[in-house]
Design a protein around this ligand. Structure first.
Ligand code: SF4
Length: 271
């Protein structure tokens, strides 16, 4: 599973990573990373100016499709569009789609009500409120909140302590959205038995493993923040406590998560 495909990309590696492409060692062996890296350095508003032709090229690169593949897909699409519609078949497809939608909505409600989802979204809200209240003061002290920001921070504020604090805050901000997203995906996968049925090498175990890593790195980030900004200790406590509870919940719900082998990243574990 760690072997690159014919185009040099490791299949599915982007599903079980931290999405920090700018620092990923697999960036050139990952379809998503390769596109992301090639986009960096282009004009800030490149996406806004993207023409349909640019978008098509980007999708081709992302999916590893050639011009011939695209021509075949276009031809198949046109053929389908020109096929006469069978009203009985169409009604059957619509009924199936409506049933699938009902099942998905019921699953969404179950996932949203799960204690892990509630803790994940509460954690996101708390971190968001925490950073909103401190964004200006942290910036004024020289904290770089995002790796692509901070060019306006005066050189004298670039102390080793501020660099460490910046890194911790960036980790925290990055993972506070990843945690609820991965919790949701893991629960959806397991409750809906999506993608595959392998009890160990399943998408839900992979998502839970990524989430456990995000939780551990967030715990470490909070430890650093509290060490460097002891006045934040009291306000940080509920979020630190929540992370410990999320970790426990993940271990209970996904006891095999750590045995999942992530393509590329866990090459040392075999698979
Ligand atoms: S595997 Fe690396 S390059 Fe690919 S999406 Fe994940 S972080 Fe980005």
């Amino acid at each position: 599973m760690h072997t690159p495909d014919a185009q040099g990309y490791i299949p599915f590696i982007h599903n079980y990573c931290d999405r920090r492409c700018e620092r990923c060692r697999f960036v050139r062996q990952c379809r998503v990373g390769a596109v992301d890296v090639d986009d960096v350095g282009e004009a800030e508003d490149a996406a806004a100016d993207e023409t349909p032709e640019d978008l098509r090229k980007r999708l081709m690169k992302l999916m590893g499709l050639s011009e011939e593949d695209m021509a075949a897909l276009d031809a198949a699409k046109e053929e389908r569009a020109n096929e006469p519609v069978d009203p009985v078949e169409q009604a059957r497809e619509e009924a199936e789609m409506a049933e699938w939608k009902r099942e998905q909505e019921a699953l969404d409600r179950k996932v949203d009500a799960h204690p892990l989802s509630v803790m994940g979204s509460t954690y996101l809200d708390l971190v968001r409120a925490w950073i909103e209240a401190r964004e200006a003061s942290l910036k004024a002290r020289g904290v770089q909140l995002h790796h692509r920001m901070g060019v306006d921070i005066p050189a004298e504020l670039h102390t080793p302590e501020m660099l460490v604090l910046s890194e911790a805050v960036q980790e925290l901000l990055w993972f506070h959205t990843i945690i609820p997203a991965k919790v949701g995906r893991a629960l959806h996968g397991r409750m809906g038995r999506a993608f595959d049925d392998d009890p160990l090498q399943s998408d839900w175990n992979g998502s839970a493993k990524v989430c456990l890593d995000a939780v551990d790195r967030s715990v470490a980030a909070w430890d650093t923040i509290v060490e460097l900004l002891p006045e934040e200790a009291d306000d940080a406590l509920p979020m630190q406590e929540l992370l410990h509870r999320i970790r426990k919940g993940l271990e209970n719900e996904f006891p095999d998560a750590q045995r999942f082998i992530r393509p590329g990243f866990d090459a040392h574990l075999g698979g």
